[in-house]
Write a protein that binds this ligand. Structure first.
Ligand code: ZN
Length: 339
């Protein structure tokens, strides 16, 4: 997605970064939680640096040949590296992706940059840019290949790494990057942006997305699916593992685990203080279900979820893993007393 405008909460970071272009590092790391527009920022930044005629506030002009090439994903001085299939957002591939969805950046992808780095730039500015996201998708081999490139920077080349899990990056890569903390919008900023963008139920969605406005805005297609899943989860002990697993797998491993974490978080909150944080519309049902919750099982389950999240980028047996998690979920609840 190329968004041609900075988000309101990014203006200050933009000014700081563009004010000091001369002293800019040859590698930047834009880090911060997901759903706050890091990638859009990085894309806009790359485009503006390549632009032949940037505006006074250093934004791309959107008129020059360079901007045109950029818009058509065809800029000779720009490379974007991303886990291969992740660029393909259509639903079919995510369903088919079950076991095979690419979630790593391969060493071949990084090595393919060496030609690009050894060529001279097509434009007289001399700038060339490599955008890597999410940088935590680099595996050991690809990270080491990248490290070599960062250690021997080619003139005029800027690497932009985007990450919401920077702790997963090699320390040696981290130390070669200028780190930029991407701003998190306040709730008011998020809501006002969502309302201007015409998103309904903004407050509710924002709550579910843990405060990330872009995540909240992208929930459109997922709403129906989520409703099916939550209905299953409400069955507690009687949940149909296979139905629920087939819904979860479509969401992708990481989202699936997030959904389970949010749901069980609300169960616990409801059990302890009769409140919910993410699922306001299910508050009454959640409270009923939470009365059957067994604490010891709950804590074991939380540990399992955290573990599963750590291995979420490994494509192996995701379906089996989800089924096991869901089976364990059914064990969180006492058998109802028949009275
Ligand atoms: Zn331009």
């Amino acid at each position: 997605m190329i968004n041609n405008q900075l988000y309101p909460w990014q203006q200050k970071t933009w000014l700081l970064l563009t004010a000091d272009k001369q002293r800019m590092h040859h590698a930047l790391l834009l880090k911060g939680q997901s759903g706050i527009g890091k990638l859009d920022f990085a894309t806009n930044f790359a485009k503006s640096l390549l632009c032949n005629n940037p505006t006074v506030d250093h934004q791309a002009c959107n008129i020059c040949p360079s901007c045109g090439w950029f818009e058509q994903d065809n800029h000779p001085d720009f490379r974007q590296i991303t886990p291969e299939q992740d660029t393909d957002k259509d639903e079919d591939t995510s369903v088919k992706g079950k076991g095979g969805k690419k979630s790593q950046i391969s060493v071949a992808q990084i090595r393919s940059l060496s030609d690009f780095l050894s060529l001279s730039s097509h434009q007289k500015s001399g700038a060339r840019i490599v955008l890597i996201h999410p940088a935590e998708a680099l595996n050991n081999a690809s990270a080491n290949a990248l490290l070599k490139m960062l250690e021997e920077p080619s003139a005029g080349v800027l690497f932009i790494l985007v990450s919401h899990q920077p702790h997963k990056l090699l320390p040696t890569i981290l130390s070669r990057c200028q780190k930029i903390d991407m701003p998190i919008p306040s709730q008011a900023e998020s809501l006002s942006w969502m309302q201007i963008t015409g998103i309904e139920n903004a407050a509710e969605r924002l709550r579910y997305a843990g405060g990330s406005p872009l995540l909240a805005a992208s929930k459109d297609g997922e709403g129906a699916q989520m409703a099916i899943l939550l209905k299953e989860l409400l069955c507690g002990r009687q949940l149909n593992v296979f139905n629920a697993a087939s819904t979860l797998i479509v969401m992708g491993m990481e989202n699936a685990i997030n959904a389970l974490q949010k749901w069980t978080y609300d169960l616990m909150l409801s059990a302890s203080i009769n409140q919910v944080r993410y699922h306001a519309e299910y508050a009454v049902d959640l409270n009923k279900l939470s009365k059957l919750l067994m604490l010891d099982q709950y804590f074991l389950f939380q540990e399992k979820l955290v573990e599963a999240k750590k291995s979420a980028t490994h494509p192996l047996n995701q379906e089996l893993q989800l089924e096991a998690l869901l089976l364990q979920y059914t064990q969180l609840f006492k058998v109802k007393n028949v009275s």
